[in-house]
Write a protein that binds this ligand. Structure first.
Ligand code: CA
Length: 415
């Protein structure tokens, strides 16, 4: 799907009139994200970029390339707002799946698979990575090359390398982006993407490009933006290096019995399928599991009232693309749908509403007051909060699934 023949992307059109920086302190409270620090760093931007020349030279970038590609860089301070934005509401996992795995995207994905069947077959043979997973990544990351950010990756990573709270990380991304341009794999016009520097059909960061991109069509350029064979093979190359097991799936939807002890639902608890069956877990829809010796962990993303999933090693490979369980579940499910699979058998608890940021803070504070949570309340519900919630749920005789429902918040409030 060369970008030039794609219909005008919706997200790009919305992002086109570049908004100005808010001029406010960042919400992270990091000392490098205050408005004053951002202004000071922005004033020093040209000197900061020029100061990266010795590192660029060590990477084999010529002085001519360095001067040419850095000549027009300007700090894009709007990125500082985006970096520190903390949305009031996050999405429920079922809403997230609904948005990502749509009938339209499935239909488009099947067209892409049919049109490029020979390439997908060659890549499967070379890398041992399932074509449906690659097609799912491509569909969700850029809607098959029709959506994506339109910021210069070099300019964004230069901004982030010189301003804000993650300069060390982004210095490496900036230098890797310079290497891509110096080697001529992509032009600056092609190297455009998200504010954080991800680009191309499957949203590689510059350092990921360096590690994984391949020139599968052998035209001398690793073009993960416009060359379909390079897009498919580069994504497969990443999965292969991230431990994808050929011939295996990512996981199964499962039925969890009433009264199940959800302390087993823990990413660290990797049991065999036979052990899970012994604990009463069944594959949803009555199908048998293909192999009893596979190891898996149990995920119940919506708690005891929603579907469960047994996640195999390949699920962890998907999470190396984006370390979010909801993302990896969406990719795995989308891949199954592209293959001709059905929607999930069990219902999500759609009547549940997602807690707001203030409510998430309150939940953590109440858990801390009762001695279940030891961390600093931050509004982010991670593993520690889930653990604390489980202990609280167990103490009141509720299923200890660690799911932050409005019901459990009410119980904490003493209602
Ligand atoms: Ca190529």
């Amino acid at each position: 799907m060369p970008r030039q023949v794609a219909p005008p992307p919706r997200r790009m059109a919305q992002a086109a009139p570049a908004k100005e920086w808010s001029g406010e302190d960042g919400a992270s409270g990091h000392p490098l994200m205050t408005a004053d620090a951002i202004r000071r760093s922005a004033q020093n931007f040209d000197r900061c970029v020029a100061g990266m020349w010795p590192d660029a030279a060590r990477r084999g970038i010529s002085q001519q390339s360095f001067e040419r590609f850095t000549a027009d860089l300007t700090p894009d301070l709007r990125i500082m707002d985006l970096m520190d934005s903390q949305p009031e509401f996050t999405k429920a996992v079922w809403d997230y799946l609904d948005i990502l795995v749509t009938d339209a995207r499935i239909a488009r994905g099947r067209e892409v698979l049919a049109k490029n069947a020979a390439t997908f077959a060659a890549v499967e043979k070379a890398y041992g990575v399932d074509r449906y997973i690659i097609a799912a990544i491509w569909g969700i990351e850029s809607n098959y090359s029709t959506q994506g950010g339109d910021r210069s990756v070099l300019n964004s990573t230069a901004t982030l390398a010189c301003i804000g709270r993650r300069q060390g990380y982004f210095k490496d991304e900036f230098l890797a982006a310079l290497e891509i341009l110096h080697h001529g794999d992509l032009t600056p016009q092609q190297l455009r993407g998200s504010w954080a520097g991800a680009f191309g059909a499957t949203q590689f960061m510059p350092t990921a490009f360096k590690r994984f991109a391949v020139d599968f069509d052998r035209d001398g350029k690793r073009n993960v933006v416009d060359d379909v064979p390079d897009i498919i093979a580069s994504t497969a190359s990443k999965f292969k290096k991230d431990g994808w097991q050929p011939g295996q799936t990512w996981g199964y939807e499962v039925e969890v019995p009433q009264g199940f002890n959800y302390l087993h639902a823990d990413r660290a608890k990797n049991y065999t399928i036979a052990q899970w069956e012994h604990l009463g877990i069944r594959r949803a829809g009555g199908k048998p599991f293909p192999r009893a010796t596979d190891k898996a962990f149990l995920l119940a993303p919506a708690g005891a009232d929603g579907p469960g999933f047994l996640m195999l090693g390949n699920f962890r490979s998907i999470m190396r693309y984006n370390p979010s369980e909801a993302y990896a579940l969406a990719i795995g499910h989308f891949a199954d749908r592209l293959r001709g699979g059905t929607p999930f058998v069990q219902q999500w608890p759609r009547q549940e509403r997602v807690l707001s940021r203030d409510e998430r803070f309150e939940l953590q504070q109440l858990l801390a007051q009762r001695g279940f949570y030891r961390g600093e309340p931050d509004g982010n519900l991670g593993g520690e909060t889930r653990k604390a919630l489980r202990s609280f749920q167990a103490s009141i005789g509720a299923p200890a699934d660690g799911f932050a429902s409005s019901g459990v918040l009410d119980r904490l409030r003493g209602r």
